[in-house]
Ligand binder design. Structure first.
Ligand code: MRU
Length: 353
């Protein structure tokens, strides 16, 4: 007799539309406190993305979609005939908030395409809001499909090492990498989850640990420098991560440190899975070398928890993403199918945008 699989926990919504405005869970305050920010204009939305109130490629894209609704409302109120040209400018500003996560520019472009289809003189807000809601709903559905496809690749008693936060806080639904973790848990396949703490923003220690524990999934944190030794001890079967942008050849930009994990995994016979919706694929870029890599302030490395820890006078280099060559990725899981391994042909066959 087959045991029914329990429902996946899906209760965290970091981005939502409430009445007439956008609400973001302020991820800078987690895990200490859950505080919502209420946003009514697109400039504040772009600032919230830059400041890491919301982060994670799909969540940034969903936020940008609602930000475009706020922009359209303001522009239409000011000039019911000429709002579209102004909205294009707002979209350009918003898309520049963070350069690596392609979901941001993708969502802005999708809202602009919808805006161009609005009849002359008509109020664009209802139609744009419906499109933003659709982007959120599609992401929730994609998360669930990827969770099933990814978990099907895992054996029994699997031990997973994840990096950064690629969970509910980074998406519309149950997460990309953490969606697979949640699915493995409900299917009874999961033995252990390790999470890298992810300096300098500590998304692993603060966010991944918070949301897994909230769902009753035990998590063991490791400093990034411990990953090689953890693998050498034979404690990891799969490295499972999300992505901020995947080039047409399958090269993957993700949180700084992902490339190191993929190199280590190959050295130790551990497999690497990248879980990303097709909204994260960028077919306009042939290879990962063309992906823009965001650099952030040196203070993020020099300080910790708002306090200067580095020796006075030290400088810091702070690229916040790196590119993992497709050759180091064993499986790329999307909602449209799995590329094992990712290659230009395999990605093209997904039939994505
Ligand atoms: O700088 P962040 O926190 O936005 O970086 C997020 C990541 O790198 C995630 O791993 C990635 O966006 C995948 S999210 C499902």
């Amino acid at each position: 007799m087959t045991r029914p699989i329990p429902e996946l926990p899906d209760t965290i919504r970091p981005v939502r539309w409430q009445d007439d405005h956008l609400v973001l869970l302020d991820q800078r305050r987690l895990p200490d406190e859950s505080i919502d920010l209420h946003l009514t204009d697109v400039v504040a939305t772009g600032q919230a993305i830059r400041d890491m109130v919301v982060r994670g490629a799909p969540a940034i894209g969903i936020t940008a979609a609602y930000g475009m609704v706020l922009a359209a409302r303001r522009r239409y109120q000011v000039d019911a005939g000429g709002w579209l040209a102004a909205l294009v400018g707002d979209g350009r500003q918003l898309a520049a908030a963070r350069p690596t996560a392609v979901n941001l520019a993708w969502a802005v472009e999708r809202l602009l395409a919808t805006a161009r289809g609005v009849a002359a003189g008509a109020d664009p807000v209802p139609v744009l809001l419906a499109e933003a809601d659709r982007i959120l709903a599609e992401d929730i559905a994609a998360n669930r499909t990827m969770a099933r496809l990814g978990a099907a690749l895992l054996g029994q008693g699997v031990r997973i090492l994840t990096h950064c936060n690629a969970g509910a806080l980074a998406t519309g639904g149950i997460g990309t990498a953490l969606g697979v973790v949640r699915q493995a848990q409900v299917e009874g396949r999961l033995a252990k989850v390790y999470a890298g703490e992810t300096r300098p923003w500590l998304q692993g220690a603060r966010l991944t640990a918070w949301e897994l524990l909230r769902d009753g999934i035990p998590v063991t944190l490791v400093a990034e420098g411990a990953a090689a030794w953890l693998m050498a001890q034979g404690h990891v079967d799969w490295v499972i991560v999300g992505a901020d942008r995947v080039a047409a050849n399958g090269d993957v930009a993700n949180k700084i440190g992902t490339y190191s994990l993929a190199v280590l995994a190959r050295q130790h016979g551990v497999r690497t899975m990248v879980v990303a919706p097709t909204s994260t694929l960028d077919r306009s870029l042939a290879a990962g070398a063309q992906i823009p890599i965001e650099s952030r302030a040196a203070e993020e490395v020099l300080d910790c928890g708002g306090r200067r820890l580095a020796a006075a006078g030290a400088s810091a280099w702070n690229p916040v993403f790196d590119v993992t060559p497709a050759a180091l990725v064993d499986a790329l899981v999307t909602e449209k199918g799995v590329c094992q391994p990712p290659s230009p042909a395999a990605l093209a066959a997904l039939g994505a945008r």
